[in-house]
Structure formats: C-alpha cells, structure tokens
Design a protein around this ligand. Structure first.
Ligand SMILES: [Zn+2]
Length: 113
C-alpha cells in the first residue's frame, strides 16, 4: 500500500518537469528502484495508471530498473551483493558492512514529445 504515496510523488515530479519543458506528452518514464526500498513496480504501475488519467503523463509507459542490494565491507572494502539472509563479506567473512546500494528510488529519464 505504501506505493500509493510514492506514485503520487513520482507523478508530481513528472508533471512539473513536463510543464517546465513545455512538452505535450510524456511517453516513457524510466524509474530506478532499489531492492531495499520494498517498492513493487507492479503496484506503482497500478496506481500510476489510475492517477495519471487526464494528466500530461497519462498512458506513459513505466520502465523499471531494479537495483540490487550492494554492501561494502568495512574491514576489507570489498563491495558485494549479499545473499538473502547472510550479510557477511565473501572475501574476509566480516559482517561489519555499509549499505552502498539498494535504497535508490528516482526518475532516471523521461521520453517526451
Ligand atoms: Zn571483507
């Protein structure tokens, strides 16, 4: 359900940018979604369709780029993609890690006409 609010924000950004650029139609919106955000692209699409009705961005295709969780080991600085449950460094076994990626959520590109 928390996709509702995020879709609203995304649509607002798209509309603002489209208006600023003086475009008449938004064709495609590319959205980067990190695995740690917990946002399901399907849900965003569902809400988007309903919310974008009668807007400049109605009917735009959403393309999602899903980004995996990436961790950096604090002991050896190795950057790795963890397994489902184990967040330990594959090089040195340390579980002291920083999150490097997976929290992203942003609009990467828009195609307009
Ligand atoms: Zn390490």
């Amino acid at each position: 359900m928390h996709e509702y609010g995020i879709t609203e924000s995304l649509l607002r950004i798209v509309e603002d940018r489209a208006r600023e650029a003086g475009v008449t139609r938004v064709l495609t919106i590319r959205i980067v979604v990190g695995a740690l955000t917990g946002f399901a692209p399907d849900c965003i699409e569902f809400y988007y369709e309903a919310m974008s009705k009668n807007s400049i961005a109605e009917g735009a295709a959403l393309e999602f780029e899903e980004r995996p969780v990436m961790l950096r080991c604090r002991a050896c600085a190795d950057v790795f993609e963890p397994g489902d449950r184990v967040w330990a460094c594959p090089s040195c076994g340390s579980s002291e890690v920083n999150i490097e990626g997976g929290r992203e959520l942003y609009i990467k590109e828009m195609e307009v006409s």
